[in-house]
Write a protein that binds this ligand. Structure first.
Ligand code: T4K
Length: 358
């Protein structure tokens, strides 16, 4: 069976070397030496002095909401992984969905102002598939209405927009370094906060709010990551170029094969670098999409409807609401397999069986 995604596995012996080092060090978690080393390396690679490495992308979002003291309505996208919306609700805020842009598939800034009420406190937008939101428009609406901005950059690890890291936008930006991501640390994530005071708060929050041996400065949680995960990250950093080249080559092969058919791809931000995190493709109808899913499945190929159903219609804890563009897109978008270990034969098979339906 060809899976839709598979984590990158660095050479086993190299990981075992790290495990030996950990055993010798006698330190497993709570800001150990490898966690600190990884955090420093990520800061320098991404040119983000304020980066804070945490245990996953969901806790990063929850901490962002908590650190900004948000209480009230948060305008967000119904087209994202459920962790985005869950984090808002988990922190006791009310998610308010607005429709997405039909080209970028990101939250459409044109719909934000109409959704603002006197309870609105923030905008939480996802850079879907790593494709940057219209950050200028969102930031300017936020400024005008005195709202905070959080960007969920779970898919956007290495993306630059307007010549700088995507994580420099918003009051806080977050990332996921989960095993299925382009760059991963098994479980992991990071948070980037603009304001140094918020950053200090996040540092304490990550460690139960502890600020000294016997003192506490804020409410906290356990968002510390461990040495075994950091070891995976340090090792995977060595293979970034190789991972990028392979994913790019597969993406280009898909692009070339499918360009003659009547299917669309999300339109990428014109001032941003590419990332090859997912391969979403939009079919002409839901019937066509189902046909492709079934045909691929019968030929042992798994795909995934990232993201379906619309979160505005499917969460048991929220009222149901349909949005025209989100409804259209969620019924037509499918992610084809994209991961480092895919062989040329497998890519050819995926192309052949998909094309047979088009
Ligand atoms: N915000 C956004 C926009 C996100 O997309 C995510 C996570 C988050 C926030 C939260 O970040 P984290 O708290 O997760 O760090 C997967 C990932 O688990 C999830 O991290 C990711 N987004 C989401 C888009 O995809 P599922 O439910 O699709 O995962 P699962 O277990 O079905 O795996 C997907 C494929 O990968 C399968 O074909 C199996 C394969 N796989 C998976 C794992 C974990 C493996 O072969 N080996 C493995 O170890 O959510």
């Amino acid at each position: 069976m060809i899976l839709v995604n598979k984590p990158f596995y660095p050479p086993e012996e190299e990981y075992i070397e790290y495990v030996r080092e950990i055993w010798k060090s006698g330190w497993l978690t709570n800001n150990g030496p490898l966690v600190s080393e990884l955090e420093e390396k990520l800061k320098s690679l991404l040119k983000l002095d304020n980066l804070l490495y945490v245990s996953n992308g969901t806790i990063a979002l929850q901490m962002a909401i908590k650190a900004l003291d948000l209480k009230g309505e948060i305008i967000t996208t119904p087209f994202t992984f459920v962790a985005t919306t869950n984090s808002i609700a988990w922190e006791g805020c009310d998610p308010v969905f607005v429709d997405i842009d039909p080209d970028s598939l990101n939250l459409d800034p044109k719909n934000i102002e109409a959704a603002i009420t006197d309870k609105t406190v923030a905008i939480l937008a996802t850079h879907v598939y790593g494709n940057p939101c219209d950050v200028e428009a969102i930031d300017s609406i936020a400024k005008k209405h005195n709202l905070k901005v959080i960007y969920d950059g779970a898919h956007a690890f290495n993306v630059q927009v307007n010549g700088k890291s995507i994580f420099e936008y918003g009051d806080i930006s977050t990332c996921s370094l989960h095993a299925t991501k382009w760059f991963h640390t098994v479980q992991g994530g990071f948070i980037v906060a603009k304001n140094p005071k918020i950053r200090e708060r996040l540092i304490a929050m990550k460690n139960h709010g502890i600020s000294g041996f016997y003192s506490f400065s804020t409410v906290g949680t356990n968002a510390r990551n461990c040495e075994l995960h950091a070891a995976m990250g340090l090792l995977n950093l060595k293979y970034l170029d190789r991972i990028d080249k392979k994913r790019k080559a597969i993406t280009e092969k898909y692009d070339n094969a499918f360009k003659k058919f009547n299917c669309k791809r999300p339109v990428w931000h014109k001032n941003a670098t590419q990332t090859y995190a997912y391969y979403p493709i939009l079919f002409e109808s839901e019937e066509k999409l189902r046909e492709v899913i079934n045909h691929l499945f019968q030929n042992n190929i798994l795909t995934r409807r990232y993201f379906f159903p619309s979160l505005s219609e499917s969460l048991p804890y929220l009222p149901k609401n349909k949005f025209e563009i989100t409804d259209y897109i969620t019924k037509r978008v499918l992610c084809l397999p994209l991961f480092y270990e895919l062989t040329e034969d497998e890519v050819n098979k995926i192309i052949r069986f998909t094309s047979e339906c088009l």
